[in-house]
Design a protein. Structure first.
Length: 364
């Protein structure tokens, strides 16, 4: 390998892929990044065997080749070089010589034959979405996925099409988030590890126009610009969560999002020693919504906002789940809906009816 590349392009690629190169793996090669010339471009790849990321970088290639180098060291070295520097990479066996004008270094690598073969999808189904829409949807949904590895199905994000609309959803059984992200004529079901989508979310930027999703029965490949991310799908049946979402509500309160967020945050301060428990009370008589929290040692708080209210009732919730749901709402107003203290609370955005957030109640 003998090529030239700019510091900005190589640093960005290393930053995007090197995070999945794990230094804690029992396989030392997984802490490495594979540099390889492909079709007159430099490909920069890393994998942890569950997720693989490749970014293609424009470069001037004199001699083709490939080398596996320590991900963290190479990333740190290149990122600390002055911006605007032109970098020359020359391979010698399992070493890479880096000449960056006044900065010269040799990094010892590993045998590229030890580096895992990056999986490919030869035949699959393809869906294309606006990158801006998909990234915003991930932000509204992904936090509701579970981190409990004993229930692997709930650690995934569910993308499905019902022959008319395309949805993305996540739940940890305590709260649920669902977003409609487009239209799709075929029936599809994908269960993608949330950590893979967190990596995708991290590497997407404002300049990206489209995200292409190619999948088969075992894997999914996301292509965004010059970046490819491939991940194994989670095997299992996702719960039929839609039956949890009530069709009608007895209690509804339309309130200002920022005011609801403010009073919920204030009450949450008093809920820390009480399992994050707070109680919402909606009163039709004075068109109000109150959030109350009582902590025996600290004290208590009741904060109130006014809005457009139908029906009256109370419900006890986990304050963190409520705050996450409010913050995920895009518009300026939030519609708070429930049917009683034993049924779930639903947050809706009247300005964006394609999103719903559900929080299960606590026993009061």
């Amino acid at each position: 390998m003998d090529l030239k590349v700019t510091q900005e392009n190589l640093s960005k690629a290393l930053q995007n892929v090197a995070r999945v190169a794990s230094g804690r793996s029992t396989l030392p090669i997984l802490s490495h990044v594979l540099l390889k010339t492909v079709n007159n471009r430099l490909s920069v790849s890393a994998t942890n065997l569950d997720i693989g990321i490749t970014q293609y970088v424009g470069s001037k290639i004199n001699v083709d080749g490939s080398v596996a180098v320590p991900g963290r060291l190479t990333q740190d070295f290149v990122s600390n070089l002055p911006s605007g520097t032109n970098i020359s990479l020359k391979q010698e066996d399992h070493k890479i010589h880096i000449d960056a004008e006044l900065y010269k270094s040799t990094i010892n690598g590993a045998n590229t034959e030890e580096f895992p073969v990056m999986p490919t999808i030869k035949k699959g189904t393809k869906v294309s979405l606006p990158a801006k829409v998909f990234k915003a949807a991930l932000q509204q949904v992904i936090f509701a996925a579970s981190s409990d590895e004993t229930r692997p199905v709930l650690t995934g994000v569910y993308i499905y099409g019902n022959e008319s609309k395309l949805y993305i959803a996540a739940t940890d059984s305590y709260r649920l988030a669902e977003k409609q992200i487009g239209e799709h004529k075929e029936k599809i079901e994908l269960l993608i590890p949330a950590n893979a989508l967190q990596e995708l979310q991290r590497i997407m930027n404002e300049a990206d126009k489209t995200v292409d999703i190619l999948f088969d029965e075992q894997q999914v490949l996301f292509t965004v610009g010059d970046i490819e991310l491939i991940a194994r799908l989670i095997d299992g049946k996702y719960p039929d969560y839609q039956k949890l979402i009530p069709a009608k509500f007895v209690v509804k309160a339309l309130v200002d999002k920022q005011e609801l967020l403010s009073i919920s945050k204030i009450s949450s301060l008093f809920s820390r020693e009480n399992a994050n428990s707070i109680t919402l009370e909606v009163k039709e008589s004075d068109q109000s919504l109150s959030v109350q929290s009582i902590a025996s040692q600290v004290g208590e708080n009741t904060s109130t906002t006014n809005g457009k209210v139908t029906g009256s009732g109370t419900i006890t919730l986990n304050s963190r789940y409520l705050l996450d749901g409010i913050q995920a709402i895009e518009g300026r107003s939030v519609e708070v809906c429930f049917n009683g203290k034993l049924e779930p609370l639903v947050l809706r955005d009247p300005a964006h009816k394609d999103y719903v957030h559900l929080v299960m109640p606590l026993k009061s």
